[in-house]
Design a protein around this ligand. Structure first.
Ligand code: GDP
Ligand code: IMO
Ligand code: MG
Length: 428
């Protein structure tokens, strides 16, 4: 029985939340394996909107939900999100939610550093300001505070001292006041009982689930072009977002992730700074932003919009090992007379069929487009492939051809059930 790993194949916000929620119905356990509350995953069920940042999207269907070791966890945010979702009628109990005891904590000093750096920098990344990058830095720097440390106050005190001695120099350089070790200790002790209620060796929970033949659904955050290695560096997030990370970020071994489902928006968006060859500042760009309601879930920032970039997605298919895609937001293209798809780049006098790693090449890449006829019919809310008009079908087929992966699911509105199943990812 295959597990399924859902990953973003572009710059995030492809509709991962909607698809994970839909697939949760067929899964027993849903696992987040990287990122933090920089993610914003939207689920719409019978008109009711759920916005999740840290909780796996399986919680709404009442599935066992795991926040894996690869996630950076702001414990205060976690409690707030649990409270918010409870107000919407979804009760999160320690039976339902497992928090890896070896996950790294995001602390207020990480948020301070993230925001102060962005304010001071002449080359802004456009981060979410939630402390993600600095928390991962401390993790690989081997000075992070982890979930399990909350259970051991004696060990926590010297760890905080060590962490603050590192942050002191950084804070002074940015004109921030020194962080107070005693205050941080007290703040952590205050929430420790609530957080520890969810803490478990997540790898063990997953190992048991695997042995019991349970289906596991991995939920990626961000997208391949935001991956710290494979993305448009340095305009990326600070974790590996590709499917390979599902294994390391959950403790399940390389076969755990199973079938890799790339989530692909029928056009391209990006929020934050960085290169974006297909970006449009014309009426079509406005159409995509308005009809697609392209506004950041967490930060409320407008998302930059552009044509579908088949070069990027083909690259994404390769680096993730994508078996099939869920093509989302096809309905947003309704009413556009002509559609363009980027099939290559011109960089100076060279033509390339992939995005090179160099920052200046990435910034200089100009899209080479092929054109297709659009459609005036509505695809919004279609629940069967047969309901799509001929030109929409041609577009879908051309996307498949160019990226080298088949469409497994098609999404035609934000609503859970406006989803067309072409082949079941759990059946491999
Ligand atoms: P995620 O970060 O990948 O989970 O995506 P977001 O939730 O940040 O952004 C996707 C947005 O598109 C959300 O507002 C979804 O409700 C919406 N959405 C998802 N699928 C579709 C679709 O097929 N059509 C339309 N019109 N909206 C969709
Ligand atoms: P989901 O899971 C889109 C972007 C930020 C910024 C860069 C670095 O909803 O697809 P960070 O705060 O992570 O250090 O910011 O990454 N970013 C996202 N963009 N969707 C996301 O998540 C994102 N998470 C981070 O805008 O450009
Ligand atoms: Mg999002």
């Amino acid at each position: 029985m295959a597990n399924v790993t859902v990953v973003g194949a572009q710059w995030g916000d492809e509709g991962k939340g909607k698809i994970v929620d839909w697939l949760s119905n067929r899964a027993d356990v849903v696992v987040r394996f990287q990122g933090g509350h920089n993610a914003g995953h939207t689920l719409v069920v019978d008109g009711k909107v759920y916005k999740l940042a840290l909780l796996p999207s399986g919680v709404v269907q009442g599935k066992t939900s795991v926040i894996g070791n690869g996630v950076v966890v702001d414990p205060w945010h976690l409690l707030t999100e649990i409270g918010k979702i409870a107000d919407q009628g979804v009760n999160i109990t320690p039976d339902l939610l497992v928090l890896a005891d070896n996950a790294t904590l995001i602390l207020p000093l990480h948020r301070d550093l993230d925001q102060a750096r962005e304010a001071a920098s002449s080359q802004k990344i456009g981060t979410t300001g939630r402390g993600i990058g600095p928390a991962y830095e401390d993790k690989v720097g081997r000075r992070a505070i982890r979930v399990a440390d909350l259970a051991d106050p004696e060990a926590l005190k010297p760890k905080i001292e060590r962490l603050l001695s590192h942050h002191g120099a950084l804070r002074r350089g940015l004109g921030l006041p020194d962080a107070d070790a005693g205050q941080l200790f007290d703040q952590l002790m205050e929430i420790a009982p609530q957080i520890l209620a969810y803490a478990q060796p997540a790898w063990r929970v997953l190992d048991q689930a695997k042995k019991a033949g349970r289906r596991i659904l991995f939920e990626g955050a961000q997208g391949a072009l935001l991956d710290v290695d494979h993305g448009t560096y340095p305009f990326v997030t600070s974790s590996n977002t590709v499917a390979g990370q599902a294994a390391a970020g959950s403790g399940m071994g390389p076969k755990g992730p199973g079938y890799v489902l790339g989530i692909v928006k029928a056009y391209t968006t990006r929020v934050g700074e960085g290169p974006f060859a297909c970006e449009l500042s014309d009426e079509v760009g406005k159409h995509l932003a308005t009809v697609g309601r392209e506004v950041g879930v967490n930060t409320g920032r407008p998302r930059r919009c552009g044509w579908f970039d088949a070069v990027l997605v083909r690259q994404s298919v390769a680096i993730n090992g994508i078996d099939g895609i869920a093509l989302t937001k096809l309905d947003v293209l309704d009413g556009l007379e002509t559609l363009k798809i980027c099939v290559g780049y011109k960089i100076g006098d060279k033509v390339v069929d992939y995005l090179p790693a160099g920052m200046r090449d990435q910034a200089a890449a100009e899209p080479i487009y092929e054109e297709m006829e659009g459609w005036s019919e509505s695809t919004a809310g279609a629940r069967s492939f047969k309901d799509l008009n001929a030109n929409a079908i041609k577009y879908v087929r051309r996307v498949e051809e160019l990226i080298g992966a088949p469409v497994a699911l098609l999404s035609t509105s934000p609503e859970r059930d406006d989803t067309i199943l072409m082949r079941d990812p759990f059946e491999g």
